[in-house]
Design a binder for this molecule. Structure first.
Ligand SMILES: [Zn+2]
Length: 357
């Protein structure tokens, strides 16, 4: 009996000891878990806090170190939601985003307006009487509604003009998205930069369509040769811009030269136009507009490549006035000049058509 009792006491003591040990262990474990959770939360809190903060150039990851003359106000590794929301906050990309986003809305408006106001191909013969006074050197919004010829030989196509407008819209929107979300991660940045370069190549190639199509409209072989040529050049530029090394900082001057030479090749059809249509007022006016456009794009490319003015006063143009913003504004101005030239081409060809075709 005593033995039985002592055994049961022993078991009881052991169980008490066990339960005390388990309580202690669980207490320690709970402490450890709560410590881990709180330190994790603390770390997470710091990360989230860091994510919302604008940082200096030195704190940037390698892939975002593009312009050492811009010192502060960078976003780096921001979550997608925060990056999207930063469209309405001030940082060193705010004006890069908005200069092209407003440009996109402007061209979207122009496309809708042009499509609504421009007479369709089938309407042209019936609207001949409305072409009473005709000024080659100016196109007002009222005149746009009267883009018809006194005696059109053949209705002309509108699609080349819309190819240009689509190129302008694509370029401006993709650039704007690129600047907005570039700060998210390296993977997203690489993807968006490719999209941005494709947009530039698309705009340049699309800009050739109205002048080439309407200048050589009456010579389909010449017209198609030029159009196929610039389309192939555009595709080649896109292929090169998809190479990973093309996005590196070392390739900045090469990028500028490649896009600039694509644009400069437009001199060939431009001179050809003057030789074929010398004395034609529309050919001369569009030539001056193309010269202006070339000047605006060229100046933009030089500013982009040289990083003026921030190079002269580093840190002074972080928020406003740095080279990329100026480049964006010049691109929109160049595209607007080209839009105006496009309207003149339409007027010219609606008025003349192709005799004998
Ligand atoms: Zn840009």
């Amino acid at each position: 009996m005593d033995q039985v009792e002592s055994r049961s006491n022993l078991r009881e003591r052991r169980s008490n000891v066990d339960s005390t040990e388990t309580e202690e262990e669980s207490g320690v474990l709970k402490g450890l878990i709560s410590d881990t959770i709180s330190s994790k939360a603390e770390r997470l809190g710091q990360e989230v806090k860091k994510g919302y903060e604008l940082v200096k150039f030195q704190a940037l990851p390698e892939h975002l170190r593009d312009n050492e003359f811009i010192y502060k106000h960078y976003r780096a590794n921001w979550p997608l939601r925060e990056a999207l929301g930063s469209i309405f906050s001030i940082h060193n990309e705010t004006l890069n985003i908005w200069t092209h986003l407003l440009g996109f809305f402007l061209f979207m408006g122009l496309t809708i307006y042009t499509a609504m106001k421009m007479p369709s191909v089938g309407e042209i013969p019936g609207m001949m009487q409305r072409m009473s006074s005709f000024q080659w050197n100016s196109v007002t919004s009222d005149e746009l509604t009267n883009l018809v010829a006194p005696e059109p030989q053949k209705p002309i196509s509108r699609w080349p003009f819309f190819v240009f407008l689509s190129g302008a819209m694509f370029c401006l929107l993709s650039s704007s998205i690129c600047h907005l979300l570039l700060c998210h991660s390296q993977r997203v940045a690489n993807l968006l930069l490719k999209l941005d370069y494709i947009g530039i190549a698309y705009l340049i190639a699309a800009s050739f369509y109205p002048p080439v199509y309407y200048t050589f409209m009456c010579n389909p072989t010449l017209r198609n040769t030029y159009l196929i040529g610039i389309t192939c050049l555009g595709l080649l530029t896109v292929a090169v811009s998809l190479l990973p090394m093309f996005q590196t900082h070392q390739f900045r001057p090469f990028r500028a030269i490649l896009f600039a030479s694509m644009g400069i090749s437009g001199i060939v059809p431009c001179i050809h136009k003057l030789l074929l249509h010398w004395g034609e007022p529309a050919a001369q006016t569009t030539f001056y507009l193309e010269l202006t456009m070339g000047g605006l794009y060229g100046l933009g490319a030089v500013i982009y490549a040289t990083r003026v003015p921030e190079r002269w006063k580093p840190g002074h143009f972080d928020i406003a006035g740095h080279s990329h913003q100026l480049f964006h504004i010049l691109v929109v101005a160049g595209a607007l000049t080209h839009y105006r030239a496009g309207l003149l081409y339409l007027k010219w060809r609606d008025a003349q058509g192709c005799e004998g075709m």
